[in-house]
Write a protein that binds this ligand. Structure first.
Ligand code: FAD
Length: 445
């Protein structure tokens, strides 16, 4: 029976189309070979990436092998990781950026909203990654029979096309001189006397053959998103409490008639317990329509294991939200996005000897809005600057790297803490209160 190398497979489905006995099935993102396989090897010929074999190891291609030593290794090519990589490469460090997915920026886990002033502090606006320009916001608070609508003009911003945006950031990092590798996952840290000395990476990257290799680095920046494990490997406490997790579902709805320059928010315990619903225009009669529910409240709402009748899911909340609004119900979903947002305080420590956490990995998200794109970029830039200094002076200890923590605190950390405490002050069922809505309106601008 033909063997699938899951780390190499890019699940393109080419092999399925040439199999004469239908022994191969592409299960969304996983290729399965069943026992009806007759070993004709047609699928091996049709595979563009050498992921299938009759049992022999595929031959490595003769392209540039990974080096075994870099100044800096960055894990995760989201906005945080790419900014860190670009900043450090521009300063002359040798940098490796590893991304476990095969396509940077995809699948999207985001509603894609950013403020104009904040994004333009990092790069010039570019039509390639902008879906819509926003000039105003509208917030509807609902508590029982009481509806309150607050308009906020002047909150200029963009709705991004993150699939393109994230890739452009990674391209800029590569242009600055960094090595960028996709389908390459960090799998563990190399520790020596309790300090981080490097990283283990598994690469099914077509360049070096497969397998796990060890790469030494003076500093590691972990920008590995909400699912971050790198911090834990280094002994940092990044466990996310359910009460600080927003469970989100979103459709890209097409065929709807909305103000193309206005973002809309609904704050209501009934619509989205502990969180809110949003409609973010994406141009051409499309919008990201989603909601986030605080994880512990959603659990409390009832049993929720997928599939069974009568059981609640966050997607169920979203469906009800859409169906009860005629201007949304007339649309049709063209993409489903799901994901969690860490609306937590940052862990007590976001760095240790030789390692720093940035972005969602460091829980650097606004607890009121769930916004984290710009925070991740900002943290990535700060962490990289500190890495450059640390390497220059030959001191990558936690003590030196704590400069990053201090700089972060000064730039964004205090504001994020204030917004976290504000959210805490208002229990979920009281977040439609006027004072909370006003604070929320300020935060989304
Ligand atoms: P990510 O963008 O998550 O990137 C992390 C990367 O690390 C990923 O590409 C992942 O594949 C990679 N990775 C993970 N583990 C490994 C590993 N072991 N090896 C190699 N690679 C690895 N923010 C806003 O500002 N505005 C919004 O409108 C908004 N809406 C949102 C809506 C939803 C539904 C969700 C879920 C989030 C939303 N956010 C929003 C939050 C925003 O998406 C994140 O804060 C932002 O993407 C964080 O960037 P990052 O670089 O830290 O992490």
């Amino acid at each position: 029976m033909v063997i699938v190398d899951v780390h190499r497979c890019a699940y393109c489905g080419g092999c399925v189309s040439v199999c004469p006995v239908a022994a191969l099935t592409l299960e969304e993102t996983r290729l399965v070979v069943d026992e009806t396989c007759i070993n004709c090897e047609d699928c091996i010929t049709a595979c563009p990436v050498g992921a299938l074999s009759p049992g022999l190891r595929p031959q490595p291609s003769p392209q540039t092998p990974l080096r075994r030593r870099y100044d800096l290794v960055v894990v995760g090519a989201g906005p945080g990781g790419s900014l860190a990589t670009q900043t450090a490469a521009q300063a002359g460090l040798s940098v490796l950026l590893v991304e476990k997915r095969q396509e940077i920026g995809s699948p999207v886990r985001c509603a894609e909203g950013v403020g104009y002033d904040r994004i333009t502090a990092f790069l010039e606006p570019d039509a390639r990654w902008i879906s819509a320009e926003i000039t105003k916001a509208e917030i509807t608070a609902i508590a029982g029979d009481k509806h309150q609508v607050l308009g906020a003009d002047g909150g200029r911003g963009y709705i991004l096309e993150r699939r393109v945006f994230d890739r452009v950031l990674a391209e800029r990092a590569a242009q600055a001189g960094a090595e960028v590798r996709v389908k390459t996952a960090a799998t563990g840290l190399i520790m020596e006397n309790c300090r981080v000395r490097g990283i283990k990476i598994r690469h099914g990257d077509y360049f070096n053959g497969d397998g796990e290799i060890e790469v030494e680095a003076q500093v590691i920046i972990a920008a590995d998103g909400v699912e971050s494990q790198v911090g834990r490997w280094a002994g940092l406490d990044t466990l996310l409490p359910l009460g600080d997790t927003m469970v989100c579902a979103q459709y890209l709805l097409a065929g709807i008639n909305i103000d193309p320059a206005c973002t809309s928010y609904w704050i209501s315990y009934e619509i989205a317990p502990g969180g809110y619903a949003w409609v973010f225009p994406k141009g051409e009669g499309k919008a990201n329509v989603g909601l986030g529910v605080q994880a512990d409240l959603w659990q409390a709402a009832g049993p929720h294991s997928a599939g069974s009748e009568g059981q609640e899911t966050v997607l169920g909340y979203l469906t009800r939200f859409i169906e009860s609004r005629s201007f949304l119900a007339q649309g049709y979903p063209v993409t489903l996005v799901v994901g969690n947002v860490p609306v937590a305080l940052s862990p007590e420590r976001i760095m240790t000897d030789g390692l720093m956490l940035v972005g969602d990995a460091a829980r650097q998200v606004d607890a009121l809005t769930g916004g984290g794109i710009i925070n991740a970029m900002s943290a990535g830039q700060l962490a990289a600057r500190v890495a450059v200094e640390a390497i220059e002076v030959g001191d990558t200890s936690a003590n030196f790297l704590s400069r990053y923590e201090a700089a972060w605190e000064q730039r964004e950390g205090r504001k994020l803490k204030r917004n976290y405490r504000l959210r805490e002050k208002f229990p979920p069922e009281l977040r439609a209160a006027e004072r909370f809505i006003q604070a929320f309106a300020l935060a989304v601008q």
